[in-house]
Design a protein around this ligand. Sequence first.
Ligand code: AMP
Ligand code: GLY
Length: 452
Amino acid sequence: MGRGVGIMRFLLVGNGAREHAIAEAICRNNSVSLFAFMNAKNPGIAKLCEKTGGKFEIGNICDGAAIVNFAVANSISLSFSSPDATLQAGVSDALIAKGIPCASPTKSASRVEWDKSFARNLMKKYAIGGSPKFGVFKGADEAAKFIDSLKGEAAVKPSGLTGGKGVKVVGVQLKDAEEAKEYAREILQSNMGGLKELVIEEKLIGEEFTLQAFCDGKTLIPMLLVQDHKLAFENETGPNTGGMGSYSDANHLLPFISQEEYDFAVSIMQQTILALSSESSSFTGVLYGQFIATKEGIKVIEFNARFGDPEAMNALALLEADLYSVMESMAKGTLADTPISFAKKATVCKYLVPKSYPGKSEENEEIKINGEALAKSNAKIYYSSVYEKEGKIYTQKSRSIGVLGIAGSISEAERISEDGCTSISGVLRHRRDIGTKALINRKIERMNKIRS
Ligand code: AMP
Ligand code: GLY
């Protein structure tokens, strides 16, 4: 099919690797022209816009009015606002108000992500399983008392958005109960997350996993399971990051998660979208459940109102359905009639990040890609926090490039991703251990020990 008569005009808001993966999947339908509104020129997305007869604009991706103007000027037929900050800023609401079909959640529906206390209270109100002991606090003294009641075994979280870096856990980033209390005070004093509130939870111990699902307010269609690696350094050490890399298995489960556990996680997400509908915050878009398998079963760490980054790469690369049609059915509420399947393959995605990330990253450093070596590796790359100038690519503050391997097994996919990483040079590093047999075996053993 050529691009001409009957072309659909899709608007994507955002410019990370996750959005590059969305753009790539959307453009597999060759009746779609891609339009993108970005903070900075993502070279991969820009190329897809040009190739499909679309266009991009650089601006503030949280500026609903500017995005609506761009959408109207380009007769957009369907839109999707992807990053968390744009959802909280009400970009979907602005598009919907102008009559532009939109497949991403409204500000009120995405509250399940940008307000952690709302999410926990919603689960409590609707008796949804999988919640740990928790408390919501506006004062440091009450917070300290609750930390004591948990015998110091606590996770301390600002209620609002912090780019995935605001949560600290005793025994990981916090030494003991005293440090937890100090951090709680700091969150309130500096109003970290912007909601003048914090959530303290019982510390959960186990392996985490991600379940993403397409939702249209009523129907929820789950994707495959993915495990991300939030900690900065090899062997699961260092500070939290946005995610250093992720893998998925050919059977769509994880080596330490059973079908029953997967089904339980799906049912929690289903109950959550029903609860949101009952609260008049009907959820359209991609719901992301961050779960943890513990001794007491599957628990919810948090919900996000978007694809995960890097988890979007793992799932979308295997999506067999046409993403444009899936997005359209989310916007229209007809997801139940849309067949969706994923290829039975394994994936491994490793993030190349500036050497000092998540500390003060090396910015404006050139990244060189050996095209021949990359092609030979069979890895796919997704641009993230980079920009293009005069044909060269440079780092920005955050994660630079996601490198994805797809194969019949996790270890083959790991090899492909690792080979892909070595074809890219710069002031960069990545976690070599992600997706390796050694690390996965350690996770399986750890879960066996926790469960026994
Ligand atoms: P979040 O921003 O809520 O995804 O939290 C970031 C990370 O903090 C999670 O991926 C977990 O590793 C950790 N975390 C969050 N909540 C808890 C908890 N209740 N117990 C243990 N770890 C947690
Ligand atoms: N990979 C974690 C996230 O997208 O929140």
